[in-house]
Design a protein around this ligand. Sequence first.
Ligand code: SF4
Ligand code: ZN
Length: 320
Amino acid sequence: MTSKCRRCGLNRAEIYLAHSNLNLCPDCFSLLTERKVKNTIESYKMISKDDKLGVAVSGGKDSSSLAFILSNLYDKLDMTLIYIDLGVPEYSKHCLEKVEDLAKILGKDLVVYSLEDKMGFTIMDLKKTIYGRKPCSACGAIKRYLFNKIAYDFGLTKIATGHNLDDTVEALFNFYIEGNVKSLVRLKPYLPKTHPKIVPKIKPLIGLTDMECLFYASYKGLPIRTLECQFSKGSRSIRRKEILNMIVEKIPNFKHAFINSHYKRILPLIEQALKNQEMPEIYDCPLCGMPTSLKDAPCHFCKIVSLVKGELENKRMYAS
Ligand code: SF4
Ligand code: ZN
């Protein structure tokens, strides 16, 4: 038996949202999804009309939905898409095609930063040299640094990323297990400016699940990648997401309840407890001039760059 959409009562329901026990047709689902994002943006005061927003895009369902929703909700917003080409064979070019198509659909500028052209190495070189195994942690650090640096160099006032509810709960779950209080405090929907060279970060999709982002992107016909990065298989974060999804099968609103109690009850208590702690000093990296917590030493990004470049140079010398 087919059921009618719970919102309009007219169209056939095609989506069941177990966490809120709602059967919806595609039109009502899209409308409610955009409303949820708008509520998140407004409740955290994420965007103001004078913002020059950078949207970090990857060709994936989350960042593509984010860029599409933002340009629907705020058609006058100054918005630039930023893509980092990591040089992963097939995958990076495939993603680049998707973000180029997205930029055309939205009529927005796209900044493409090629790691190989600008820095002289790719993520594959990280694997061949300093990281025998998966290069994901260095890749993550490189992307975080570059999105901030590009936004800063272009005079953008904020960076929006496609982190959704599933990503956030997975990260929180990990930090709780590790007892990593510093990272727990930093993982916020809106990270304001803490230094003149640090561009504020916003996560407007923090209330949407993986599934909602996927349905939204498919109903809107957005260009999204169909390939996965070759290093993504079997990662710890994917395994943690699988465990969390098993809990959701028994407790459908588990992730929503988890995130609500973290931000409304636990985080304020942690922040209160840390109130009198001294803020860590921030220094300028002697190599790139960007902020770092390390005194008289290169920042994490510059360390990775000099290590990988040094090893590549050694390899070339031995080969010649
Ligand atoms: Fe980078 Fe790892 Fe993601 Fe591939 S799977 S893009 S290497 S973080
Ligand atoms: Zn540096």
